[in-house]
Design a protein around this ligand. Structure first.
Ligand code: SF4
Ligand code: SF4
Length: 324
């Protein structure tokens, strides 16, 4: 009988990129498999919920759960995994902060269903008859679908989370480090984010190109200019979320001459959109009359500032009943 610690991986509302990170461990995955017993990973192997139900409480040493919570099935399985795991790690930005799926909080469930199943140009004229229902009778058989929630929730809205590892996705190196820390017991205090608590700009090698008194006359979208590959994006008048985003990724986007879009979320105790608004307030140097034009490079401020952190934001969601 194995004595290796048992580990699980599960996904909720997400794209699958965090599962790719596990695969992208490449040959390091052999070290992980040598050190732990993977007892639940339905994305890669044929496990059933009944396999988890049969485990003793706390039997898994750790479970990495990625994805936001959007359906009652996801909430049910997250609660089951919480019961069966000594430690739960919110793995990836969707589990930590809602991620890209939480941009749906800027509209309503009804509007999404209407667009997807009735008004989309690719839906045929019979559209309305194909809207999914929670319960449908087909002859003598009753088919059930899990309820789709009105809001996209982060994992710790429904269960206690022990550690957070954001990123869209977290890098394989960060996952390997987190697994190593779990196995060695060398972990920071419970509820910690397993990443440095400083802004991405602090590590970025373009930071030194920022003038001491950085001001710009407005912001442009990245496709509208040819970005200098050496100079800070903000100093070029291109929105870069570096000042409001947690360090730890190794800034691959900036190295590829694309500005940071903020996928590692905010530093502790802060709201990513509020921090970015404050950062821009300090550098956009135009009079009130020219402000709209200066901000034309951010056509969707909520979607830009909270692209990965809507469920954890001060904004949260549009008010219920608002037209969308
Ligand atoms: S704003 Fe962007 S490009 Fe400039 S230093 Fe920060 S992360 Fe680097
Ligand atoms: S540079 Fe920004 S968007 Fe790119 S991986 Fe890092 S945190 Fe994410």
């Amino acid at each position: 009988m194995t004595t290796k610690p048992k580990v699980g991986f599960y996904w909720c509302a997400s794209c699958g990129g965090c599962e790719e990170t596990v695969v992208d461990l490449d040959e390091k995955v052999l070290d992980v498999v040598a050190a732990v017993d993977i007892v639940f990973w339905p994305c890669a192997m044929d496990f059933k919920y009944t396999d988890v139900e049969a485990m003793a409480d706390g039997e898994m040493a750790a479970c990495f759960i990625n994805g936001a919570i959007r359906t009652e099935e996801q909430e049910h399985v997250a609660k089951l995994l919480r019961k069966k795991s000594a430690a739960v790690i919110a793995f990836g930005s969707c589990a930590c902060m809602g991620g890209i799926p939480a941009l749906a909080n800027l509209t309503s469930r009804e509007a999404i269903m209407r667009r997807s199943y009735i008004s989309s140009p690719t839906v045929g004229s019979e559209g309305g008859s194909t809207v999914p229902q929670k319960s449908t009778d087909v002859g003598s058989v009753n088919l059930q679908l899990p309820e789709l929630y009105d809001s996209v929730l982060k994992l710790d809205d429904v269960i206690d989370v022990d550690y957070y590892l954001p990123g869209c996705p977290p890098t394989p190196e960060l996952l390997a480090t987190a697994v190593g820390a779990l196995l060695s017991g060398e972990l920071p205090p419970a509820k910690s984010v397993l990443l440095p608590d400083k802004a991405l700009c602090a590590s970025c090698d373009r930071n030194s190109s920022k003038p001491d008194n950085l001001t710009v006359a407005g912001l442009k979208r990245v496709y509208q200019v040819k970005a200098d590959p050496e100079k800070c994006f903000l100093a070029q008048g291109i929105l870069c979320m570096g000042p409001a985003t947690r360090d730890g990724c190794g800034y691959p986007c900036v190295k590829g001459n694309m500005p940071c879009t903020g996928c590692f979320g905010p530093m502790s105790g802060g709201d990513q959109g509020a921090r970015m608004t404050a950062a821009l307030g300090g550098i956009i140097d135009v009079g009130e009359a020219a402000l709209d034009e200066a901000l034309a490079g951010i056509p969707d401020p909520a979607g830009s500032f909270y692209r990965y952190s809507m469920s954890a934001s001060l904004l949260g969601r549009v008010r219920k009943g608002e037209p969308s």
